[in-house]
Structure formats: structure tokens, C-alpha cells
Design a protein around this ligand. Sequence first.
Ligand code: UDP
Length: 253
Amino acid sequence: MARRRMIYEGKAKILYEGPEPGTIVQYFKDDATAFNAEKKAVIEGKGVLNNMLSEHFMVGVAGIGIPNHFIKRLNMREQLIKAVEVIPLEVVVRNVAAGSMSKRLGIEEGTPLSRPIVEFYYKDDSLSDPLVTEDQIVAFQWASPQDLDEMVAMALRVNDFMSGLMFGVGIKLIDFKIEIGRLFDGDFQRLILADEISPDSCRLWDIETGRKLDKDIFRHDLGDLADAYTEVATRLGVMPKKSGGPSGPTLVK
Ligand code: UDP
């Protein structure tokens, strides 16, 4: 196959020109980074898991009418997506205090929030993605007030969907990050969900044990990241259950 033109290489993904105008191939790497890429590692299998999981979540949210960039999965590491102009904001939704919010406001990790909180961070690595206000977003024309209303509504709908899906498999959705892009269609443009939804961009805690099943495992050296992501994928039925050798009769206690 002819070598494809690379459009962009990020920390965890590479974007290639797609087969048709308006399409892009999104390739999931095994690279993991944290703390603005100060910590790096290659975690075998992470890209495959995130590709499958992101497909599962994007198809799911599309099913409740949240438009997104996913077209189809091409293979274990790649998916075909719609080209959008990504709004330079990370939209974070929180259900339980954790991470940067706990640190900034001195709220103990694990404290449930009385309502979901939506926050915006300006995507700029050289500034370490600072938290920004809606007024700043409008004044600097990263998004209009109407865009912001739509983004908040979309983020809260994704939160409801993802919280329910995770609850069903014994996992609490603590917080997550999404990115939103503008899809142009002639004179029209609409906002659609872009990037990925995966355990790289969520906090997921086992409801029973509190075990972390997300990228915090890598951030804080808490164990095997690929094992945890496989656990999430298995519970959701995205990956077949690990077989412990040849299947045979099971012991009934
Ligand atoms: N997040 C992300 N990418 C980022 C920053 C945050 O995917 O560049 C996700 C993170 O995994 C968590 C949520 O957004 O699920 C909230 O992250 P937080 O602001 O607590 O930042 P962190 O603790 O990652 O510094």
C-alpha cells in the first residue's frame, strides 16, 4: 500500500489522510504520557484497547443521538473518522472530586459532587492546558456563547450515557475529558464529539473495591495499565473474557 500522508502526531495517536476528502485515519499508539509528557512509557496493547473501547463508546453515544466523528473501525489500531476543526478546549466533566480539582480546591479525592461540574481547559502544552473561564473562551473567540451552551449540553449527555454504561459493569465514572470539533458542510457547521473516549481520558473506579481502572495507574505507578484496560474492555464485552487454558468443566463450590 502506498505510504499515507501523516497529518499530525500527538502523544497517543497519529492522524493520517483518509481515503476520501473529509476523512481521516486515526491510529492509536501504545505510548503513554502523563504530567504534560514529563512521564513517558510504551504500554504494549494500550493502543488496541483504546481503539476498541473508543469505538464502543462512540457508537454508544451516537445511539442516543450525540453526533461524533467515528465512521468505522478499520483494524486493531485504526479507525476512520470525519475530519473536523477541533475547538482548542478540553471539556472535563466531574462527578466525584479527583485529580487537579482536588489539588486546586483542597477537596479530598473521592468526595462526591452535589452535581456534575463541567470545566474548560485551553489546549496549549506550553501553558500546561490552563483552566479557563467561559468569558475568556468567548473573548478570545475559541468558541461562541452558543457553542458553549451546546458543548456543556453535549458533555452532560455523554456523562449520563457513560455513567450508566459504567455503572452497569460495576464501575464508577469519576470524571472524563472530551474534545469537540466543528464539522463543516457547505455554509453550515455543527459541533460533534471528536478525539477519543477511553480509559486514557477518564477516571474509572471499581464500585466494590475502589480499584483504579484508568490512566492514574500509569500516572502514579499503581500496577499494570494494560491489565486494567483489559478488565474494563472485558466487563463491557468489548474483548472476549481471558480464557484460563483449555475450557473444561468448572468447579461448583
Ligand atoms: N484529562 C485528559 N487529558 C488531559 C487532562 C485531563 O484526558 O490533558 C482527563 C483525566 O484523565 C481525567 C479528567 O480529564 O479523567 C480530569 O483531569 P484533571 O483535571 O483532574 O487532571 P489531571 O489529574 O489529569 O492532571
